[in-house]
Design a protein around this ligand. Structure first.
Ligand SMILES: NC(=O)C1=CN([C@@H]2O[C@H](COP(=O)(O)OP(=O)(O)OC[C@H]3O[C@@H](n4cnc5c(N)ncnc54)[C@H](O)[C@@H]3O)[C@@H](O)[C@H]2O)C=CC1
Ligand SMILES: O=C(O)[C@@H]1CCC=N1
Length: 275
């Protein structure tokens, strides 16, 4: 990479924090990474990397990092932010990846002057193929925005929004989205079994997974839109058309996904009111 970041503190190293960390470590562009989390287990796999240090509690971090990434559950944030008050300064940028917790929430806990951005990444960040939605506070400088862009584009695509509400709507698509894709693989495999495919489930999943990966790679390389490639598979009055009449028909996939995304957005709004 053509740039290096000096010091990043990651608060919480679970599914999302761990995925970001793995993505960042692949790129080797952060000089010092502090993982702040009470339990050592989640950090152990990374400690052999010599620029990663485990900090059990923020009171034990003796420098002000350039950036603090908050990657704990939304419900935990309210209990821990007081411990981060002492890092609030022009030099330290806070980035929350937590669903639902608004910039206003962080200002209530950390003060109006906190430099805060919200990001909604996804777990494929671990392999550098993530999508991060980002919204910056007006207090952030162009330099802060560049910092966020460098940090998050190291693990995939970055999309900025001015409207904070888009983090919930877009997050319900790209943040939650990997779960929909994995669910699709599980469901198609189970459907294959139910329809009489005589293989064990693991074998079927392997076929389905390879088909999904092949389709994605083909889509990427073909330069054609998904709708065109779909039509190329769908022979007039053939098998695919018979299936798609059901899967993509009235009350089919688009309708189901619309309802699912609306439910996720509603849940984000409910969680934003939790303490
Ligand atoms: N899992 C995902 O795909 C995505 C998650 N997010 C957001 O990321 C955040 C974390 O989610 P997950 O990683 O899935 O949860 P997780 O439960 O896997 O990870 C949270 C981690 O925080 C640690 N933790 C608990 N108390 C702590 C404390 N006081 N200080 C520091 N660390 C503490 C836990 O030990 C755990 O390892 C959530 O706010 C979620 O909304 C955002 C986008 C995608
Ligand atoms: O399910 C959740 O609440 C988090 C946010 C996006 C993905 N996982």
């Amino acid at each position: 990479m053509s740039f290096t970041l000096k010091s990043v503190a990651l608060v919480g190293c679970g599914n999302m924090g761990g995925a970001l960390l793995r993505g960042w470590l692949r790129k080797k562009f952060i000089e010092n990474i502090y993982i702040i989390t009470p339990r050592q287990e989640s950090v152990s796999p990374y400690l052999e990397t010599n620029n990663v240090r485990w900090i059990p509690h923020p009171s034990q971090l003796d420098e002000k990092p350039e950036c603090i990434i908050l990657a704990v559950k939304p419900q935990v944030l309210g209990q821990i932010l007081d411990d981060y008050q002492r890092f609030v300064s022009n030099e330290t940028l806070f980035i929350s990846v937590a669903a639902s917790k608004t910039k206003k929430f962080f200002k209530t806990h950390l003060g109006d002057h906190v430099k805060i951005a919200r990001c909604m990444p996804n777990t494929p960040a671990a392999v550098g193929l993530g999508v991060t939605l980002a919204v910056a506070d007006p207090l952030l400088s162009a330099q802060h925005r560049l910092y966020i862009k460098q940090l998050m584009s190291a693990v995939g695509l970055v999309q900025w929004f001015d409207d904070e509400a888009m983090i919930d709507v877009g997050g319900a698509v790209t943040g939650c989205g990997p779960a929909y894709v994995f669910q699709f693989i599980e469901s198609l495999s189970e459907a294959a079994l139910s329809c009489g495919l005589k293989l064990d489930l693991e074998n079927i999943q392997n076929l389905v997974q390879t088909m999904v990966m092949g389709s994605m790679t083909y889509l990427t390389h073909s330069g054609k839109p998904a709708a065109v490639l779909r039509r190329e598979v769908t022979s007039l009055h053939g098998m695919t058309e018979a299936a798609l009449n059901i899967i993509a028909g009235a009350e089919g996939l688009t309708e189901l996904l619309t309802k699912g995304i609306a439910a996720a957005v509603q849940r984000a709004q409910e969680m934003s009111n939790d303490k």
